[in-house]
Ligand binder design. Structure first.
Ligand code: FA5
Length: 336
């Protein structure tokens, strides 16, 4: 075998043996076999160099050194690799520079809803949930909204093309709920008084979109039913809630209004600079609603409210246009 073929065979065998070693002891055997000074393959290779003609010896000697250095480097590399797991388990290098993580943020509306639950929870309200796809019974009829009421107009709602097959009920159209008041009914169907719940979530209306209106937005519904629930309590809860979330400088105003499911009804406004912005509707639960769920209006009374979550968040953070919430612009969202 000429010296080139011998070098090549040595290198190939050594590198594959190094790569195949799976622990330090195995690698040490490989080292003795291929790099040991007293015996082994390196010694044989040295003998090959000794046999070449004297004038070729410097060049072949250099080749020999290159091959040996390459194999030595590969072995050291493998040694480091095999040692690594042990090291990282036992030692953390606290002198290494820290890594900068860019943490994501929760959407401002999600943050607002968490704050809402926290604040209203302090008044003893627990959180209830309801479906976003509703039937006409829960969105309208049980809420004392009769068949011919303009709020039921197909142009005012997102009706679905499939009907609902709720057990024991006639086939009825379904729609994306237009208000969270539907959850009042669902909770009262399931529970007996006293009741003190809120429900937060999306509602859908084909409203014309502008700075304060969206076709999808969020509401927080509140419902309190008991033996002696009064309008004064409703006003106190809403005032305390609004000032806790928005600060003491906000003024809350109640205007007489009408909702089919409350009597009397009010519209609630908040001050914003020199202006007023409507934040919700509220009132004493109408006796017809209590009857629809099987309660006796002579025995229990209650109040209900529905607040627009976006508008609270807008005032708190001085956001002038509701559309910013839905554009998914990270530069906007990262500020909260
Ligand atoms: C209602 O939805 C009633 N369900 C509220 C209610 C509940 C009354 C319980 C009585 C008892 P209204 O349509 O006014 O009411 O909507 C309530 C609030 O939702 C508004 O004051 C406003 O803050 C918000 N809102 C209404 N429409 C939009 C919209 N298109 N975009 C953003 N927010 C809206």
């Amino acid at each position: 075998m000429d010296h080139n073929a011998a070098f090549q065979a040595y290198e190939t065998a050594a590198l594959s043996a190094i790569a195949a070693a799976t622990d330090a002891a195995g690698l040490e055997k490989v080292r003795i076999e291929f790099l040991g000074k007293k015996q082994g393959q390196l010694k044989d290779l040295q003998a090959v160099v000794g046999k070449v003609a004297a004038d070729q010896r410097p060049a072949v000697g250099k080749l020999f050194n290159d091959v040996r250095d390459k194999v030595t480097a590969a072995l050291e590399e493998r040694q480091k690799l095999l040692e690594k797991p042990k090291k990282s388990l036992t030692a953390i290098d606290i002198a290494l520079p820290g890594t900068e993580f860019k943490l994501g943020k929760r959407h401002p509306l999600t943050q607002t809803m968490e704050d809402f639950k926290d604040i209203i929870g302090r008044f003893g309200f627990t959180v209830a949930d309801g479906p976003e796809i509703e039937d006409e019974y829960h969105n309208f009829k049980a809420l004392n909204i009769p068949d011919d009421h303009p709020a039921r107009d197909p142009l005012e709602n997102f009706y679905l093309s499939t009907a609902s097959y709720a057990a024991g009920q006639p086939l009825q159209p379904r729609l994306l709920r237009s208000q969270t008041s539907t959850v009042q009914i669902r909770v009262m169907e399931q529970q007996q008084p006293p009741i003190r719940i809120v429900s937060l979530g999306r509602v859908y209306r084909p409203d014309t979109i502008d700075a304060t209106h969206s076709c999808m937005f969020h509401q927080m519904e509140g419902l309190m039913i008991g033996a002696d629930v009064t309008m004064a309590q409703l006003k106190t809860v809403l005032r305390l809630f609004a000032t806790t979330y928005l600060g003491q400088d906000v003024t809350i105003r109640f205007r007489p209004s009408f909702f089919p499911f409350t009597e009397p009804s009010v519209e609630v406004d908040m001050s914003w600079g020199k202006d007023w912005l409507e934040i919700g509707g509220a009132g004493m639960v109408d006796p017809n609603v209590l009857k629809a769920v099987g309660y006796d209006p002579e025995v229990v009374t209650g109040f209900a409210f529905g607040l627009g979550i976006e508008r609270f968040c807008m005032r708190r953070h001085q956001i002038k246009d509701i559309r910013r919430f839905y554009e998914n612009d990270v530069r906007f969202l990262a500020q909260f």
